[in-house]
Write a protein that binds this ligand. Structure first.
Ligand SMILES: Nc1ncnc2c1ncn2[C@@H]1O[C@H](COP(=O)(O)OP(=O)(O)OP(=O)(O)O)[C@@H](O)[C@H]1O
Length: 334
């Protein structure tokens, strides 16, 4: 029996925590995702995105806290949660020696898709991801982009309420990335599917997500629509290079009461009405300006505002990330 508390929310997360020995990978996070939303989970490598997805998909048990997906508890109603979700992970989980169609048929059997709808569903999903003509080919002959598209089709075969996508566009060419976003938006429009996805790509999240949660060191540091997150940066972003950046920081603080950030030989700060501020600033600045630019804030600026760091500054090794994901896929609930 569903325990849904708010029919609008397809995912509800309260104080969810996951520890690995002494490391707290996810640290008491709380958020909700509404039906039909494209919700993006954004953060640097090792921030806790995949661990969160793994808990919501019932692959990892929470250390503490609670989460429901489609109204079912991720810890005590795992089978019901699994039947309600589709999964697409970064690393492929297709069987290379089967054809694309066999991979999908196998999934349909495993998920108990009724035989009378199996063929028509399979065809329409393979057509959606433009792989119907290649259905008889073994997936080991598929490109990375084709595999990801097939995995999306497979994840939808049992008509889940939520599709979880872990870095769905990582490593793909721009054309395939656009296609994948096209499918996601189409699915949301046609069947009101809820999408929960993780990404490092700030620009994609900005363009495509209804709301974004930014996670860092296991904690959600900001959560809102992309527009509201960027508005909170406080205006236009000015980036300045001078011969003496500490003197520049001091002058900006003294004259404008703004705490600028010095990073990578640059000083960054934000102001309202950048177009009028900039010429006035250049005229009256007492130091030597080597370069200056003005732009609208991006989600990178949002991350910088809340953490004082750039999102790409901390990278977990690819091997580390692969190991974590492999462990999850082996299905060991730990
Ligand atoms: N199975 C595991 N055993 C031990 N530590 C783990 C395991 N899985 C993840 N971790 C650690 O938990 C932290 C969060 O990892 P997680 O994979 O959730 O981050 P992420 O934000 O998804 O990173 P990425 O963007 O690289 O996928 C990292 O420090 C990672 O090393």
């Amino acid at each position: 029996m569903s325990e849904e508390t708010n029919s609008e929310n397809v995912i509800e997360v309260k104080d969810l925590t996951r520890k690995f020995k002494t490391l707290t990978a996810v640290d008491s996070i709380s958020f909700d995702v509404k039906k039909g939303e494209v919700f993006g989970f954004l953060g640097p490598n090792g921030a806790g995105k995949t661990t969160t997805i793994n808990m919501l998909c019932t692959l990892f048990r929470p250390t503490s806290g609670k989460a429901t997906v489609a109204g079912y508890d991720v810890d005590s109603q795992t089978d019901l949660v699994r039947a309600s979700i589709g999964l697409v992970f970064q690393d492929t989980t297709l069987d290379d020696y089967m054809t694309a169609e066999q991979n999908l048929r196998f999934h349909a059997l495993a998920y108990g898709v009724p035989p009378e709808v199996r063929d028509s569903r399979l065809k329409s999903l393979m057509e959606m991801v433009e792989l119907w003509p290649r259905r008889k080919d073994r997936t080991r002959t598929y490109s990375g982009g084709m595999r990801r598209r097939l995995e999306i089709a497979r994840g939808l075969l049992h008509q889940p309420k939520v599709l979880f996508l872990d870095e769905p566009t990582i490593g793909l060419d721009p054309q395939t990335r656009n296609k994948i976003w096209g499918y996601i938006h189409e699915l949301r429009k046609q069947i009101g599917l809820t999408i929960f996805m993780t990404t490092h790509y700030m620009d994609e999240a900005d363009l495509n997500c209804d709301r974004i949660g930014i996670i860092d060191h296991g904690k959600i540091i900001a959560l809102d629509t992309p527009t509201c997150l960027k508005d909170a940066v406080g205006g236009d972003v000015i980036t300045l290079r001078t011969t003496d950046n500490s003197a520049a920081l001091e002058e900006i603080r003294r004259r404008y009461n703004i705490e600028a950030l010095a990073k990578n030989d640059q000083v960054t700060f934000s102001v309202q009405g950048g177009e009028t501020f900039l010429p006035e600033f250049v005229k009256s600045f007492s130091g030597q300006i080597q370069g200056i630019s003005l732009r609208r804030p991006t989600l990178d600026d949002v991350f910088l505002k809340y953490t004082g760091r750039e999102i790409r500054s901390e990278e977990m090794s690819p091997m580390d990330a692969m190991k974590a994901r492999h462990t999850a896929w082996m299905g060991r609930r730990r």
